[in-house]
Design a protein around this ligand. Sequence first.
Ligand code: SF4
Length: 383
Amino acid sequence: MNTPIGHLYIHVPFCSGKCVYCAFYSELFDANTCNAFLDSLERELDMYIDGESAPETVYFGGGTPSILDKEQLERLLQTIHDRMDLSKVVEWTLEANPGTLTDGKLPAVKAAGVNRISLGAQSFDDEVLKQMGRRHSARDISDSVEAVRSAGFEKIGIDLIACLPGVDTDGWKRDLLAAARLEPDHLSVYALSVEEKSVLHAMVKDGHVSMPSEQAQIHALAIAEDILGGAGYNRYEISNYSRPGSECLHNLSCWRGGDYVGFGPAASSRVGRKRWSNSASLDGYVSRLFQGLPPNSDSEILSKEMDATERLMFAFRLREGVFLNDFAIEDLPMDHWYQALLEQERLGLVEQRDERWFLTNTGCLLADTVAEALIPSSPAQPA
Ligand code: SF4
């Protein structure tokens, strides 16, 4: 690859089961399959990396990267060390599920340079966790936070899901307070969404689960902002809160328009106007790489205006707002964006302050609607 990698993402496609709401690509963890994945990942990296890469952030997501055993994690970390100049890395995140950071994994990943652990807590109600197919308890969450802290990691993040079935307003407040009590540096709060490929989709379709109204979701997210704001967290992105200076730098860079390169099945990448995603199939990934072929991927080169529009859409997620003139380069659809924003302002989804545009609280929940309105009619071209 000629373009150096500033922000590196590795998709680790294994979990210990499937959560009912999940549509991310993952397979059931199996040690042999995982070794084949690690072999393949090395081949994929060797195909693309030119030795010049010196990322500033590294992000191991999934899936559940922490489900790998200690030796496999060490191998994964060494794979990166062997191929890149890591002297510029300021943030190296490992996504983990509570209860999986056992057997000496924490000191091993810390020794290799990981400095941020992002824990998928989702809820502190054991019954709700069970119904959602999570494989951990509330106790596991606090134990994991304690273990991560004792191991000396710089940053800890906790993810929560709002509007889970069976969680009323009081339960949601309890979840938020329980998370804040653990004093993480960062909190992600996503409203539950029904993804087409998830088990939840079928449950909702069959009438076994009913989803909260839009108003109820807005209310739940407003409660999150109140409670977490009161606990000293700044909502810097639609779904993300942090202590000052503890924003997730990897994601922040993507929202601000930075390029990123992903490896592993289902990983996606953005470099300049080019976008590509590896196919979501571990079998296909392993078999192609063993034949010396690049993994199957969909790729396209966006038109200049679609590229800028996509970056604008990402930027809108940030609470720092958007200054349209920052995107003002020749031939861009400024007038279309401006007219679209005036219309979204009329609908109460965006507002303008000091020449910057911001999503309103309702707009935060309907960010996709705002994003769609910004898209000019200009098709992408195959790469
Ligand atoms: S939500 Fe996370 S832990 Fe659950 S199945 Fe999906 S990737 Fe795995």
